[in-house]
Write a protein that binds this ligand. Sequence first.
Ligand SMILES: Nc1ncnc2c1ncn2[C@@H]1O[C@H](COP(=O)(O)OP(=O)(O)O)[C@@H](O)[C@H]1O
Ligand SMILES: [Mg+2]
Length: 399
Amino acid sequence: MKTIDFIKSMMNPFKFYSDKEGSKEADLQKIAAQEQKQFSYETLIKATDKFHSSNKLGEGGFGPVFKGKLLDGREVAVKMLSQHSRQGQKEFVNEAKLLARVQHRNVVNLLGYCTHGEDKLLVYEYVSHESVDKLLFKPDKRQQLDWKKRYEVIAGVAKGLLYLHEDSHSCIIHRDIKASNILLDDKWIPKIADFGMARLFPEDQTHVNTRVAGTNGYMAPEYVMHGHLSVKADVFSFGVLILELISGQRNSSYNLSLDAQNLLDWAYKLFKKSRSLEVLDQSIKSTADEDQVALCVQIGLLCTQSDPNLRPSMRRVVVLLSRKPTSLEEPTRPGFPGSRYRRSRNPGGSSSHTASSGASSTTRTDHTSSTMSVTNTTTHTARSLGSDPRGKRPMQPSE
Ligand SMILES: Nc1ncnc2c1ncn2[C@@H]1O[C@H](COP(=O)(O)OP(=O)(O)O)[C@@H](O)[C@H]1O
Ligand SMILES: [Mg+2]
């Protein structure tokens, strides 16, 4: 008996040692997979309870999104990319790895990716208050987003977009800035979701996928009508988002006034009559800082100007939001699909610039050519496209 115990005790350390080796190996493999940002399909099946419908958070143009919980307790949002991503596996993995390096306080963190047969999945951190649209456009919930929170959303998204445009490893044009792509965390910090879709769903010149090209009501006219995609298209969408946040109204289902064509036009007309404060959602009026509201209306209008060259860069927007400008240029009429613009030939001619030095040159910086090459996204005219039940059809020029 004693001898057996002795032998056992002699063996145990070895057994223990070899187990430890085994688990060390497994740990190393895990760490390597994590470094690669790769998730196994089984992990995601477990996390989402087999992609159970009760875990579905929503479905946009790229496919359904499920809430999940990893074994270590982390909550995630798993996006199953729909098949119309015609990108090969290798390109997808390369892009996903690149996008997983994008890190900013105001951008949703991409934890990793997964490929399984034909399926491609992206794994994001779960953002607890979900998207801005789920509060802003709901009459019983919109007051939860008081002015301070809305202002923080505007300022945070501006910083996130600036990072994507100028400060991340390569210029990332978002292409689909809208209320449902702005998520709010437990401290109400806004985070931009779905960045990089322009890279994961590159458009080729013969095929424009209407569902992924952008969303009705947010797309810059030059992009809808001529396929010109630049950082200024994001600036336009951001301007629409600002005016939606202030007014609590969706641009795409605008019906506030008979003598305005859309939310932008309505805001512009009020601005011209020095009645910007009337753009504000009356249900949060008591919480508002009037100077900030007026400033945001003006910035929203500057961002949605018809001529992309007149729209400010995101860097300038961030500067404008961070200090009280003494004077800001007058916006020209907003653009919408079908509207025409004339490029201003005289850099000083169109507005009364008295803003800070360098402002006018930044305003007129045209990033079009440089960003086109980085993102490799060239879209030709979207006019011939049919209607789309999800409302992601680019607007017809006559609309
Ligand atoms: N990381 C996330 N955390 C929490 N909710 C998310 C996350 N990503 C997406 N969602 C939710 O899933 C919904 C569907 O997302 P998506 O497929 O991108 O469609 P869309 O943005 O067009 O609404 C979003 O509206 C959002 O509420
Ligand atoms: Mg989205």
